[in-house]
Design a protein around this ligand. Structure first.
Ligand SMILES: C[S@@+](CC[C@H](N)C(=O)[O-])C[C@H]1O[C@@H](n2cnc3c(N)ncnc32)[C@H](O)[C@@H]1O
Length: 300
């Protein structure tokens, strides 16, 4: 369904629950389900009441990323100071059942992989988040490149944090076809953890190994191509719409509110709109967001 696109600023407050009128009045783009705010995400978050969002999903700038137009170099100090202030506000504004999904990968510096990705997990735990899980996004066709002592980087992390141990979780929204073909069954029977069950006299467990349900829960390995769509904004680091779609389905129900503080080309907003979730997205550089109206029409 093609979303109804509203004029800038014409957003209806009641649809955003408890978000303040002042921040929504300045929306640069909105639909019946959500709004894009052009601002520094920390300023925006400071106006948001406690316990507002059901899910916050974002990909902040990579460390040392010099390519954004705002002149910031996103050195380590930016993460220790600004980013942790943002995540502190994320914790405050998440609902008790809410999750925060952080898509991140430290870059390599002088032949060494940066460790910020691991440090961030510890810093966020110290801040009060629960560290729920680490999902690995594997890219079948990673961006090209050739290095003396490194291979192409085909992996990124999605770290899931929560505000409480009672975080909501809907794996049934993400079921995928099982691979129960003949070859697969034979392979599974030989796996050490299945061997005893299959071969013991009672045959207990035999049925489970040999024939499972047709649809099964996904694993924490997400196998998705990187974003190949045309990039008219020349944004240097977009994620594919499938990535936020997966977490929106896994961690929210239709109608709930999803926020992306570092919105870029607004991919999280496109995914949320398509999945009938309410959304709020924030981006500091207007140039990256000009594609949003077109993306909403295409749903990609
Ligand atoms: C990795 S990109 C996000 C890309 C996005 N996931 C997409 O698919 O297009 C990070 C974005 O954060 C934006 N950004 C950096 N500092 C910001 C801030 N203080 N407030 C809001 N956005 C910011 C950058 O301009 C950049 O577009």
């Amino acid at each position: 369904m093609v979303p109804q696109i509203r004029r800038p600023g014409a957003y209806h407050r009641h649809q955003m629950g408890s978000l303040p009128e002042s921040s929504l009045a300045s929306a640069a783009f909105s639909t019946d389900l959500g709004a894009l705010i052009l601002d520094d995400c920390l300023s925006l978050l400071c106006q948001v009441p406690d316990n507002t969002f059901d899910l916050v999903m974002t990909s902040p700038p990579y460390d040392g990323q010099p390519k954004y137009g705002n002149g910031e170099r996103y050195e380590r100090g930016w993460y220790e100071d600004k980013f942790l202030k943002v995540t502190g506000e994320v914790l405050r504004t998440l609902k008790p059942h809410g999750s925060f999904v952080l898509n991140y990968r430290s870059r390599r510096h002088q032949g060494e992989r940066g460790t910020l990705q691991y440090e961030l997990v510890l810093w966020l735990r110290d801040q009060g988040f629960k560290f729920c899980d680490d999902f690995v996004w594997g890219k079948p066709s990673p961006p090209p490149g050739r290095w003396k002592r490194h291979l192409k980087d085909g992996v990124e992390y999605c770290f899931q944090f929560a505000k409480s141990a009672d975080w909501q979780f809907f794996p049934e929204h993400c079921l995928r076809p099982a691979r129960w073909d003949r070859k697969d069954v034979e392979r599974r029977k030989k796996l050490p953890h299945n061997y005893d069950r299959v071969n013991e006299p009672s045959g207990q467990g035999r049925r489970r190994v040999q024939a499972g349900p047709e649809m099964v829960r996904p694993s924490t390995l997400l196998y998705m191509e990187p974003e190949f769509l045309p990039n008219p904004t020349e944004h240097p680091a977009r994620f594919p719409v499938e990535l936020p779609s997966f977490f929106i389905k896994l961690l929210t129900e239709p109608g709930q509110l999803v926020f992306d503080p570092f919105g870029g080309t607004c991919t999280t907003a496109v995914a949320a709109e398509k999945l009938d979730r309410r959304w709020l997205t924030c981006e500091i550089d207007e140039r990256y967001t000009v594609v949003l109206s077109e993306r909403m029409k295409k749903g990609r």
